[in-house]
Design a protein around this ligand. Sequence first.
Ligand code: AMP
Length: 221
Amino acid sequence: MSLNLIMLGPPGAGKGTQAERFARTRGIPKISTGDILREAVHSHTPLGARAKAVMDRGELVSDDIMIGIVAERLNRPDARSGFVLDGFPRTVPQAVALDGIMAVRDPLIVVDIVVPQAELVRRLASRMICDDCGANGAPGEIVCRRCGGKLVQRTDDNEAVVLERLRVYNTSTKPLVDFYRARPTFRSVNGAQPAEVVASDLAAAIEAARNGGGSVSGGRR
Ligand code: AMP
């Protein structure tokens, strides 16, 4: 059975870090729509040119564009035995489209990473990513551990844009928790803990969801 995982949660919840770690340990691709868009901006493609201004305002790129990107990516051979989606879906129409794409595949496992808003603002203000490869930096670091590139603040991590992204999350993305909550494969995990603890809670929650029900601490709510 393939492991088809989506991570929900506000900006700064740690979805990217956890998705990366989980995908690496399971040998499945991490598919981050934010990374795909940043890569397009970096390489000056037509998609990048359209997405940049929207991203810099903290708004969402249109559902049509995002659904097209993800449909194409999930059809590639490496995603056939599973994937971790980070940053998609972000709206109910995206979630409905994803259900359509997944209709002939194994069920989605949905994990919501929960972190209080004050903690998110604090984390986003100090977050650094690599200007070359997009990897997350750890607090206090100035060069990328993965490729030696320079760590910079994301252009959408300044205070005004962070507040807009959190507002957009609350209005457009948070409703997805209700969209998925009743499914037997839905779990939530406390993201306001050290990354290693979140990672082990996440792994336990995913195992429980795959086994179709058993409860774990911080499990189904
Ligand atoms: P992220 O790295 O997931 O925080 O995404 C950065 C930005 O990319 C978001 O603030 C949006 O502008 C855009 N973006 C990423 N994923 C999506 C999506 N699924 N739908 C719409 N916009 C997205």
